[in-house]
Design a protein around this ligand. Structure first.
Ligand SMILES: Cc1cc2nc3c(=O)[nH]c(=O)nc-3n(C[C@H](O)[C@H](O)[C@H](O)COP(=O)(O)OP(=O)(O)OC[C@H]3O[C@@H](n4cnc5c(N)ncnc54)[C@H](O)[C@@H]3O)c2cc1C
Length: 276
């Protein structure tokens, strides 16, 4: 592993001052540390954000706000999440293992990298890991690859479960950019398809930080399901997952949401919204 400096600023302002191009934020470390051990990520500096960002779930003006440092296990057991957006709690519980959920943060879950085996195998070409080298999954083992929205540069998928529920519920991502301005990115625009830059997973501006996620008030708390097909039930990434939510009024479906996971570079690709 390449040597790196380590700091743990106590506030968002200090954290943004500490951010430089060679630095990377460390939240729960459940993905980044693995990437560093394998020399896929080699930041010159690690900035621990665990004490500078919110670890609270709040209800503000009907919106559910989940701080970037709320651990996945805390999302799943939070009373407000269970009451206002139970689909999110179910999706989180379908992901990883209890130990990993205890460490994994909300922001880190959105920014986790793909689980494509070629991305992790540094002896093989991979446009996502090393742009311009090619995509080994096109002709190699590709069972967990994309089935929609891919191109000949990348067939990797985004592995998150949480993100599938956030896509279905029209979440927004609150970000502080390098100039310390607040920006709001609709969840549906946050991740991207591979295009000509499969090395980039999302539209987060350089040196920006996710501070929280908002889930709008919604009528889907009563009728919803998160279904995940995977190799083993204890824990495994999705071969495919679906978040489904219905708003039923007077015995009729007034609104429906369907979002898929594990099938595209972007979680929730092909999200369907329909009102009658
Ligand atoms: C064995 C295993 C099984 C797993 N199974 C699943 C699964 O089934 N479903 C699932 O959804 N996930 C699964 N995961 C992934 C896990 O959920 C993610 O690793 C975790 O959510 C990442 O969060 P973290 O806080 O540990 O992020 P870190 O590893 O600390 O960071 C990940 C990335 O996000 C960046 N980052 C983190 N927070 C912020 C922020 N607020 N603003 C800007 N950048 C930030 C970091 O710089 C880094 O690039 C699994 C992981 C493992 C190891």
């Amino acid at each position: 592993m390449k040597p790196f400096s380590f700091s743990k600023p106590g506030s968002l302002a200090k954290l943004m001052q500490a951010r430089k191009d060679a630095a990377q934020f460390l939240a729960g470390g459940t993905n980044l540390v693995d990437l560093m051990k394998k020399n896929i990520a080699a930041p010159g500096a690690l900035i621990d954000i665990s004490t500078a960002l919110s670890d609270k779930v709040e209800l503000t003006g009907g919106k559910l706000r989940i701080g970037a440092m709320v651990r996945n296990s805390a999302i799943a057991t939070n009373a407000q999440v269970i009451s206002k957006a139970p689909l999110v709690a179910k999706a989180v519980l379908a992901g990883a293992s209890p130990q990993i959920r205890n460490m994994a943060s909300t922001g880190g879950n959105l920014l986790q990298r793909t689980r494509c085996p070629y991305f992790y195998d540094v002896s093989t070409p991979c446009n996502k890991r090393q742009p311009g080298t090619g995509c080994s999954a096109l002709h190699g083992e590709n069972r967990m690859s994309a089935i929609v929205g891919y191109n000949d540069q990348c067939v990797a998928v985004h592995p998150s479960d949480l993100c599938v529920a956030l896509a279905a519920l029209d979440a927004t991502v609150n970000v502080t950019n390098a100039q310390q301005k607040q920006i709001v990115i609709p969840f549906k625009d946050f991740h991207k398809l591979p295009d000509n830059s499969p090395d980039r997973d999302n539209q987060l501006p350089a040196n920006a930080i996710i501070t929280s996620i908002d889930i709008p008030d919604n009528p889907f708390a009563q009728h919803h399901a998160y279904v995940k097909i995977r190799d083993r039930d204890s824990y495994a990434f999705a071969l495919i997952s679906v978040a489904a939510a219905l708003h039923i009024q007077g015995g009729r479906i007034a609104d429906v949401r369907l979002a898929s996971g594990g099938v595209a570079h972007k979680p929730g690709a092909g999200t369907k919204q329909s009102s009658s």
